[in-house]
Design a protein around this ligand. Structure first.
Ligand SMILES: [Zn+2]
Ligand SMILES: [Zn+2]
Length: 366
């Protein structure tokens, strides 16, 4: 038995199209989720741009910031049942590898999405006879998805799925970078370079941690204004002044943490340069370039640290971030700038490329 459904399918360089797709019933240890909402994340855009350049396996269904409702569970599933509300964890960890047993689930060596997304070893999706890949292991731009049990996190039912879906990637990545990766100390001074969806979440993560100054750095005045809503206290337009000198001045010469949330070598360098001796520069953006750092700075015990997926333990972090949202301590509604039916997926990506929105959220039922 398979589920027939509508999905947004990427076949290559051409625009995404809405197709009828077959989805397998959940196997042992798997969960069928009805997708209520799916955020449009930059990682999906990276994937599309890779598909334009070449070897990405297509056809593929993207989308990994999913809030949904459990429709059916396969044999052996114990943590969720039909009707439960869930946020999808797009990189389900194995629980047993070198990193998992040391609590670093985000670095898992055997995430359970390889079998479903890579080379069609176990395709769960088909158009006719043709296998369809689950992009980033989820395939959320569809009416339904099948995930391994570890790839869904049960959340409270009074939380709106069409908003908390963003906890499945962007919110956790940003807030987690401040709280889990950097462990920002109360009373410390923080700078955040790049105020897109992830950067705004670093800002509110730093606020939750009790930072004193939270200095927002961007080249867009409107993004700097949005950052104020999320808790930024000071603002630097990097197109008008030297961000390193200005941030250091605001922090009185002793900036404790800088976060890079763009993904450029030049801004990683700025983050590293602006922190004090012993301070920490955290790279949250996806940097595809070489980064050049003055080695002598290591004598000043400066740290340059990577952060992936907010260094999060998803089964723990997702429900507690949802609680913080429901208590009014975390802003998520303000991140959603547009809601669209599934058929407008290409427009949603165009908005993102133009930098016009913090986040679009797709509704696959429409
Ligand atoms: Zn994402
Ligand atoms: Zn593992």
């Amino acid at each position: 038995m398979a589920t027939d459904m509508r999905a947004a399918v990427l076949r290559g360089p051409e625009p995404i199209t809405i197709e009828q797709v077959n989805l397998d019933q959940p196997d042992a240890g798997e969960v069928l989720v009805r997708v209520v909402a799916c955020g449009v994340c930059h990682s999906d855009l990276h994937t599309i741009n890779r598909a334009k350049g070449g070897p990405l396996p297509v056809p593929v269904i993207l989308g990994h910031e999913v809030g949904g409702i459990v429709e059916e569970v396969g044999p052996g599933v114990v943590s969720v049942k039909p009707g439960d509300h869930v946020v999808v964890a797009f990189r389900p960890n194995c629980g047993l590898c070198y990193y998992c047993i040391r609590g670093m689930h985000q670095l898992c060596e055997r995430p359970d999405n390889t079998a479903r997304s890579a080379t069609g070893e176990r395709p769960r999706l088909r158009m006719g006879e043709q296998p369809v890949q689950q992009g980033i292991g989820v395939a959320g731009y569809a009416e339904y998805t099948v995930m391994p049990e570890r790839g869904v996190v049960k959340v409270r039912e009074d939380a709106p799925l069409e908003t908390i879906c963003l906890v499945g990637c962007g919110v956790t990545t940003g807030v987690g970078a401040a709280i889990n990766t950097a462990k920002v100390q109360a009373g410390s001074d923080v700078a955040v370079i790049g105020l897109g969806g992830v950067g705004l979440n670093v800002v509110q993560g730093a606020k939750l941690a009790g930072a004193r100054k939270i200095i927002a750095v961007d080249i867009s005045d409107s993004k700097l204004e949005t950052a104020a809503t999320f808790g930024a206290t000071d603002f630097v337009n990097a197109s008008q002044e030297d961000p390193v000198a200005r941030v250091q001045e605001i922090a009185g010469g002793y900036l404790d943490y800088a976060f890079e949330a763009i993904g450029l070598g030049a801004t990683v360098r700025q983050a590293f340069d602006m922190v004090r001796a012993g301070g920490m520069a955290v790279v949250v953006g996806v940097v595809a370039q070489e980064v050049t750092i003055p080695g002598i700075a290591f004598l000043r015990e400066k740290q340059l640290v990577g952060s992936f997926f907010g260094s999060a333990q998803l089964q723990y972090d997702i429900p507690r971030l949802v609680d913080l949202y429901m208590d009014g301590k975390l802003l998520i509604d303000e991140l959603v700038s547009k809601r669209r039916p599934l058929g407008e997926i290409n427009e949603a990506f165009a908005d993102m490329e133009a930098g016009a929105v913090a986040r679009s959220v797709m509704d696959p039922s429409k």
